[in-house]
Write a protein that binds this ligand. Sequence first.
Ligand code: ADP
Ligand code: ASP
Ligand code: MG
Length: 395
Amino acid sequence: MKKPLIVQKFGGTSMGSIETIHIVAEHIIKAKNDGNQVVVVVSAMSGETNRLVALAQQIDSVPTARELDVLLSAGEQVSMALLAMTLNKLGFAARSLTGAQANIVTDNLHNDATIKNIDTRTIIELLEQDQIVIVAGFQGVNENGDITTLGRGGSDTSAVTLAGALKADECQIFTDVDGVYSCDPRVVPNAQKLDVVDFPSMEEMARKGAKVLHLPCVQYAWDNAVPLRVLSTFDVNEGSLIKGEQGTKPVCGIAIQRDMALITIEHEALSNLQKHCQMLGIEVWSVIEDTEWAGVVIKLDACAKLKLVFSDKIRNSEHVSLLTTVGLQAPSLVDRSFALLAEHDINIHYVSTTSQSSMLMLSPESVNSAANILHEAFITSDELLDFQPRQVSLG
Ligand code: ADP
Ligand code: ASP
Ligand code: MG
């Protein structure tokens, strides 16, 4: 009978030292001894990708995109070799593969590439030889064979896409928290662990900054029905399962996105600014048209690129944070959010809503307090308990 296949992904903190790599190896060995075929995806050791980015920026504030990918991919290559050596030393056959060796082919968008296709034959051959296969996360190659990377946090996406391509029985994302919480537990100590999170809520949380899962990872798992679980490397419990199409909670969670910039310009320059962002591959999170000025919200680290070609038109660029409440009732909670935050002298610069979220723009200094205040009101306390989910009529 064919053995079950699981893909396990270990993030930066899990791969952070030789001691933690031993803990990682124990998880893998347990899965293997339980009778599974195991494919492992690893991130760079914690802090390593930031260190490499900082080195590149000492040379150029906007380094050559192709060379940045060559540089950053080295972080995962260190991790995969250290883990394979550890497993070998413990008596297990394990083989590490770069993205190229694993035949992970992406589009050509350096620094933010999308996986187009994975030819799994090499991995399957190794699994048939009873090897544990370790694949470098976050990287692939384009059709010319040049190394590409998938955007920060991209190893989650490598893992889930491999799980889909290999038709794995489960994709397990091991990290430094024991599941998905109602808000980042490092910011909101009262955040609640969610045993199950539906895909629409998880997608919106990831889109709005809950970095526990990379957004394309959630989208791929949803589109391809990959069983996806988030769990801790350092704690034994079932973690959180991401599944289902429909949330039932009035508010499922609150996501924080730091390091954003509000770029303001004259109204006449807005469409030109949007065109430049599109040409440069800079994602525009919001477009704001005030009476006096117009503006866009982009990631802070994209500002240098934008300023290279557009600096003379920019009136101001301000560092901001975004706080998004996600859930069926979230869009109707804007007035209540204003009132609650005003009681603590927290000013909301701007608001935007979708059908299942409301996003507030705040100053970076106030976002942690605001997250705790809204979490207390909308999730911890019973303020919304009388909420009845809307009934959807299917005709
Ligand atoms: P890894 O290196 O394992 O990929 P990340 O740092 O990318 O780990 O993601 C895990 C971190 O995500 C946690 O340490 C936590 O601070 C943060 N986080 C943000 N939002 C959430 C959330 N809703 N639930 C759990 N963790 C969250
Ligand atoms: N090492 C990469 C990063 O730090 C990818 C990842 O960790 O998922 O963003
Ligand atoms: Mg991550």
